[in-house]
Design a protein around this ligand. Sequence first.
Ligand SMILES: Nc1ncnc2c1ncn2[C@@H]1O[C@H](COP(=O)(O)OP(=O)(O)OP(=O)(O)O)[C@@H](O)[C@H]1O
Length: 217
Amino acid sequence: MIEIRGLSQSYQKKEILHEVNLHIGQGELCALVGRNGAGKSTLIHSILGLLPYKNGEILIKGISNRKEGWKSALAYLPEKFHLYPHLTGEENFHFFASLEQEVNQQRMEESLRLVDLWEHRGQRVAGYSKGMLQRLGLAMMLYYRSDILILDEPTSGLDPVGRKEVLSVIKRLKGKTILFSSHHIDEIIQICSHVAFLEEGRLQKYSLAEFLQVYSW
Ligand SMILES: Nc1ncnc2c1ncn2[C@@H]1O[C@H](COP(=O)(O)OP(=O)(O)OP(=O)(O)O)[C@@H](O)[C@H]1O
């Protein structure tokens, strides 16, 4: 579903990614792990087509991300995103979904129910907890029904309850192919099947069991 071949990426003359290869198959939930500054966001932005690259190739469901048509398979939840605090959860959802097309009410309801926010849809998001805001972002992403999801540190800055709720939503997304960047080994153990580990520009993919063994967690 996601195939990266020989991707190198640099800022000015500093190489951040060196000939990175990665294959993430259908239904895999793969954690993207590495120290601060290892290049996780750089890799994600390259996959999303936000950062141009000279060397390598990135294919999404077999289609190069430099060609038209690749975006429909992929949805992205950034680490930080903006919502309008004076609007309710439902109004925010409606506003953003309507930017591209007429809003499908049934799909909006399904998405809000999936993240357990349907009952809170009439509440202003200024009163939402951080975990609820993150789940609203997840719902907006799920609305598009993409097969491949990229989540950039979706539990960053959440309290234990907020984290548990966000992880519980991600666990429900069976069948989706997910790349999920995280600094929390406990949540990786809970939900991921594979780990892509970035170190000094090189990326190595492991099954979860292999990763735990190699790094003696
Ligand atoms: N636009 C840029 N110009 C120059 N250097 C950059 C730019 N963006 C990132 N860098 C540098 O590239 C390296 C990788 O950054 P990146 O944000 O991809 O790492 P990361 O693994 O996502 O880090 P974190 O875990 O802290 O979010 C860092 O040394 C960073 O300072």
